[in-house]
Design a protein around this ligand. Structure first.
Ligand SMILES: NC(=O)CC[C@H](N)C(=O)O
Length: 354
């Protein structure tokens, strides 16, 4: 019996099985990752999106809190071929609707052909096709979620590894994954996780060794204050960024971002470093990209599949950003040395100014 419906932009409705009941809406995206469902489901970058897993069986090794990237599930809904009881229980507790028993290959192919799309879901006893279409009708474009930063940021500054021997990092929380904090703390940095709307005066008072803009959901143009901070501190402090962070840094320094067709979504995205000519496999989940890096940033890494910028740098101004996720979780650890490079910029500045 059909007790769930997935309505796609354009009006097509796909039948499914309800697992975690409810109605929901969001931008329909996918991940091709075959592991790491706990990490993906707790990644704040999926806020206001519905996540489709293309790998057919999700939940086969349980749900463990130590693998979470934040303290809650962020996608508005979950779609998979088969979800295990463990995952369903978790999603029910979190109040996040989930459906399975539908052809996810077909869904992902449709997203790849038509681009990221709006989606409405209705799941549970007595729901109708119309309920899913009503949700779809109310679904907003990602770029219209102008206050999305408020939904994912820390309400106040939190300090990790206070008194550590390494540099002080002001990590501007646009929806930061926990593994970014862990990667810095493992290198003995002190991380000051600060709200996305932190002011220039607040950062100046802290006087960190590095300004780091985190990953995050939605359109980078909706993170005005993070953009301002980059503009305020460029040339004064080393600057780093991951994913949305790279996009914000580019926008702040005269570049431009744009929405991609369906984004980069998986844990096997090949990236070429143009300085060393080496290729690494990377984790990615982004729907916007830097269309023009502007005059201040050199493109040092590109995506092998479509040549889009994956790394931006300015050696003189001490800026280094990545479009992919060096912190992994999920995905390969090939580019963890990014964090060493970030902290080395801080050490160099400390040596030259002392
Ligand atoms: N993971 C991220 O930080 C995603 C960045 C941005 N929200 C995008 O979709 O492009």
């Amino acid at each position: 019996m059909t007790d769930a419906y997935v309505a796609l932009e354009g009006g097509r409705v796909v039948e499914a099985r309800a697992r975690s009941p409810g109605t929901t809406r969001g931008e329909l995206v996918f991940t091709t990752a075959y592991t790491g469902y706990e990490e993906s489901l707790t990644d704040p970058s999926y806020e206001e999106q519905i996540l489709t897993f293309s790998y057919p069986l999700i939940g086969n090794y349980g749900v463990r809190e130590e693998r979470f990237e934040s303290d809650r599930v962020h996608p508005r809904g979950v779609v998979a071929r088969d979800l295990t009881e463990d995952v369903v229980e978790w999603l029910e507790e979190e109040g996040v609707p989930a459906v399975d028993k539908l052809d996810t290959r077909d869904l992902v192919t449709e997203i790849r052909d038509s681009g990221a799309m709006k989606c409405g879901i209705a799941a549970g006893e007595d729901v109708t096709e119309q309920d899913a279409l009503d949700e779809l009708e109310q679904c907003e474009h990602m770029s219209d979620h102008t206050e999305i930063g408020d939904q994912v940021t820390t309400p106040e500054t939190v300090v990790y590894n206070e008194g550590g021997d390494g540099p002080d990092v002001a990590l501007i929380d646009c929806g930061a994954k926990g593994s970014i904090i862990t990667s810095l703390v493992e290198r003995d940095a002190t991380v000051h996780l600060m709200p996305h709307d932190t002011t220039e005066a607040e950062v100046a008072e802290l006087d960190p060794d590095v300004l780091f803009i985190s990953n995050g959901p939605g359109d980078p143009e909706n993170f005005d204050q993070a953009n301002e901070l980059v503009d305020d501190f460029v040339g004064e402090k080393p600057i780093a960024g991951i994913c949305l962070g790279q996009q914000v840094v580019a926008n702040a320094l005269g570049g431009e971002t744009e929405k991609m067709e369906f984004g980069h979504r998986g844990v096997n995205q090949p990236v070429r470093d143009l300085r060393t000519d080496r290729v690494v496999m990377t984790t990615q989940n982004h729907g916007y990209t830097v269309a023009d890096p502007g005059d201040n940033l050199e493109v040092t890494q590109i995506n092998v599949n479509d040549d889009t910028p994956e790394g931006l740098e300015n050696d003189e101004l001490d800026i280094i950003t990545r479009q992919y996720h060096p912190e992994a979780n999920p995905g390969p650890n090939d580019s963890k040395s990014f964090f060493d490079d970030v902290l080395a910029m801080a050490d160099e500045t400390a040596t030259t100014t002392n």
